[in-house]
Write a protein that binds this ligand. Structure first.
Ligand code: ADP
Length: 480
């Protein structure tokens, strides 16, 4: 099957979140499964700086409003295409600066959506399916039903994956002419959303299949609480919505072979994990590095979604239990400042690193005892999957993919791979952490939890097969 993955991010080229892991992993998995996958991405500055790209010799002129933007198509290996348009993508950031989003994001991703289809035509890719990811690619399915209807795409189906409904690509209606779509689309049945244009909505109304990244999140987004204003539309399209859980790249995340950590280890021999913890605590100047005090860590975007506000609310009590904490993250300035001021108060027991640091993240996953994920909502979450693979036990809110991948510990049966809490409240988080610390004190129990977590299978194989089944069903439906 010819599968084109259109995405704003993919590992190893460019990543700000889990979406990049998913698209990068799917490309690998489909290649292994002998499909013919390809990936199309904008050529951001950081990709040009780190990868040697080849010129395909193909150029396309992409319509944007009443002008055309020149686009060169570059490639890396046989399957990965980059769309070059320096006016839009030769910048420091992907979507903006620390001060906010780029003001021309609408034009940038109108360009990307159209350029992806133009590139398909120029390269004669003739995909059976175009798999779109998040709002940045949301216009593609709608273009295929309108401006690019028939022709090369007459047999192509589209699948739209929602990685996070909190980000929809909302823009002022004045950008509508740039899309090339007729004004008729600007209505509540179309791409209008409370007076704005909504790029993700374009994908949701026009794609053949919609997926999101866990079964629980697929149900949650149908409710006003999690639907971000799109729950009505999603309920109408419920029959084509599916949840497919993300996997992780088990080659890149492997405690037995990881070169970013001070010592490797496996489930049967955890001494390497102790070395990782000791070294990590020294590195972070955590004073109790030679004592067996639990180490709780957070790795992730510092955004309201990730629930650090209830951690901060509970933090004085949590620190009073005597545990050590590491926070690695980047994002919202206010959250960042709150955490930093808290770290000053708890020097020696709470370490904060602001920034995006892949190698350090490996070390934190390996060297910690517990991973904190008190998310308000979590479409899938990769942190808990990585943590479990490294024998680090998640303390998480029972929502979305966290609920689907973590089995709450039951002391009577001695079963479970983590600790879950329901209510989004500081007191619930504290109680949950209390249960985890209690289990931690019992060495035998703790080892059993670790080996259960490490034995989980989070590889991509099954999920990739589920996507292919959805593509196949949609292709067959279209053939009629
Ligand atoms: P989201 O996509 O909402 O950001 P996920 O849990 O799905 O969250 O994926 C986040 C991914 O990004 C994980 O692989 C995590 O390890 C990584 N990550 C997030 N923040 C950082 C950071 N500051 N440094 C290194 N890796 C990070």
């Amino acid at each position: 099957m010819k599968i084109l993955i259109a995405t704003p991010e993919a590992t190893p080229y460019v990543k700000t979140g889990g979406l990049a892991d998913v698209t990068g992993a799917l490309l690998k998995e489909y290649t292994r499964m002998n499909h013919q996958p390809s990936l199309v991405l904008p050529l951001y500055r950081q990709i040009r700086e780190h990868f040697k790209l080849a010129d395909t010799g193909q150029r396309v002129n992409v319509p944007i409003g009443n002008r055309r933007a020149a686009c060169r198509i570059l490639s890396h290996g046989p399957f990965v295409y980059f769309l070059e348009c320096d006016e839009f993508f030769d910048r420091d950031g992907l979507y903006g600066t620390p001060g906010g989003d780029y003001p021309d994001n609408a034009a940038r991703f109108i360009f990307f959506a159209r350029a992806a289809l133009e590139a398909c035509i120029a390269l004669r890719l003739e995909p059976d399916v175009i798999h779109c990811n998040d709002w940045q690619t949301g216009l593609i399915p709608l273009y295929m039903r309108t401006l690019y209807r028939g022709g090369l795409f007459s047999k192509t189906v589209t699948l739209m994956t929602i990685h996070n409904l909190g980000y929809q690509g909302l823009f002022d209606v004045s950008y509508l002419p740039l899309t090339g779509l007729s004004a008729e689309w600007f209505n509540p049945e179309g791409i209008e959303f409370y007076g704005k244009i909504n790029f993700l909505k374009a994908g949701l109304i026009a794609s053949d299949v919609i997926t999101t990244v866990s079964n629980t999140y697929a149900k949650e987004i149908l409710t006003p609480e999690y639907g971000y204003g799109l729950d009505g539309l999603l309920r109408k399209r419920a029959s084509v919505i599916h949840g497919i859980i993300n996997g992780i790249d088990t080659d890149a995340w492997d405690p037995l072979r990881d070169t970013s950590i001070p010592a490797t280890y496996g489930a049967s021999e955890l001494s390497g994990k102790r070395v990782c913890k000791n070294e990590l605590m020294k590195e972070c100047s955590l004073s109790a590095h030679n004592r067996n005090i639990p180490l709780l860590s957070f790795v992730g975007r510092l955004s309201a979604q990730k629930g650090l506000d209830i951690f901060i609310e509970a933090a004085d009590d949590i620190m009073a239990t005597g545990i050590n904490v590491i926070i690695l993250g980047k994002g919202d300035e206010e959250i960042q400042n709150n955490i930093l001021s808290f770290a000053r108060k708890h020097r020696g027991t709470l370490f904060v690193k602001i920034g995006y640091d892949e190698a350090f993240a490996h070390w934190v996953y390996a060297g910690s005892d517990l991973l904190l994920m008190p998310s308000r909502y979590e479409p899938c979450g990769l942190g808990q999957l990585i943590a479990m693979r490294y024998g680090t036990i998640p303390v998480a809110r029972r929502t979305g993919g966290l609920q689907d991948t973590i089995a709450d510990y039951e002391p009577l049966r001695g079963s479970g791979t983590g600790f879950l809490f329901d209510d989004y409240r500081a007191s619930s988080l504290k109680d949950c952490l209390g249960r985890a610390l209690c289990a931690y004190m019992d060495n035998r129990r703790w080892k059993k939890i670790i080996s259960g977590a490490m034995a989980q299978d989070f590889s991509w194989e099954r999920s990739a097969r589920e996507y292919v089944t959805l593509y196949t069903d949609a292709i067959n439906r279209k053939k009629g």
